[in-house]
Design a protein around this ligand. Structure first.
Ligand SMILES: N[C@@H](CCC(=O)N[C@@H](CS)C(=O)NCC(=O)O)C(=O)O
Length: 212
């Protein structure tokens, strides 16, 4: 009996394909070797049932039996507690993984997402607001580059912190924001070469293509 059910949209436009956040959950589930099913909700019409699982009408969410969890970070923490493949066992490294998981979301993605939205909409970055956002992100990336130059994975061994950080940086790299940050680029390449990411990516692309 498969208790883990990941819910994502039935379809999204081509632009975000490969970057929809259900990939973080697919990736973690594949790393952990946990069996799961994928369910779809309509992208076009979000109903009350959708909002009862994800209060912002977004995806992903995961159900584990009768537990329903939204927010990709919370979902990965839940899975990290279920599998040693996703979280180091010793308390010191576990603490590091937790800190980097929040850093990925609250220090790096917090800076990268507004920048990515502008890049995605084709903003050339000439306005004062766009320049300010680019500088804000650059400051985060500069410090992260120093960290990543000295280690293979954020908390010693590969963990959910790496899934989140690599996925956040992958979107920055898509718009060439990692130019001048070779260690960060190498980290993204290393993470996305993992068979679990390759499968998660292929599965997401196939899922959305099936609805075209
Ligand atoms: N903080 C949320 C963000 C979720 C999110 O932005 N989901 C996107 C897909 S990647 C979405 O549902 N977008 C549609 C919308 O915002 O209406 C998480 O990490 O789970």
């Amino acid at each position: 009996m498969v208790d883990l059910v990941l819910t994502t949209f039935d379809w999204v436009p081509e632009g975000p394909r490969g970057y929809v956040r259900d990939i973080r959950v697919r990736w973690a589930l594949e790393e952990a070797g946990l069996p799961y099913r994928v369910k779809s909700v309509p992208f076009a019409a979000r109903n009350a049932g959708h909002f009862s699982h994800q209060p912002f009408g977004q995806v992903p969410w995961l159900t584990d039996g009768d537990i329903s969890i939204f927010e990709s970070g919370a979902i990965l923490l839940h899975l990290g507690n279920r599998s040693d493949a996703l979280m180091p066992a010793d308390p010191r490294s576990r603490g590091e993984a937790l800190a980097w998981l929040f850093a990925a979301l609250n220090s790096v993605e917090m800076a990268s997402l507004p920048w990515s939205i502008l890049a995605f909409s084709g903003d050339t970055g000439d306005s004062p607001a766009a320049k300010r956002l680019a500088e804000f992100l650059e400051a985060r990336l500069r410090h992260l580059e120093t960290v990543l130059a000295g280690r293979e994975w954020l908390a010693g061994t590969f963990s959910i912190a790496d899934i989140l950080m690599a996925d956040v940086l992958r979107l920055v790299d898509r718009f060439d924001g990692l130019a001048g940050h070779p260690a960060s680029r190498g980290y993204v390449a290393r993470a996305t070469a993992r068979p679990s990411f390759v499968k998660a990516y292929a599965d997401q692309m196939a899922h959305f293509a099936a609805a075209d």
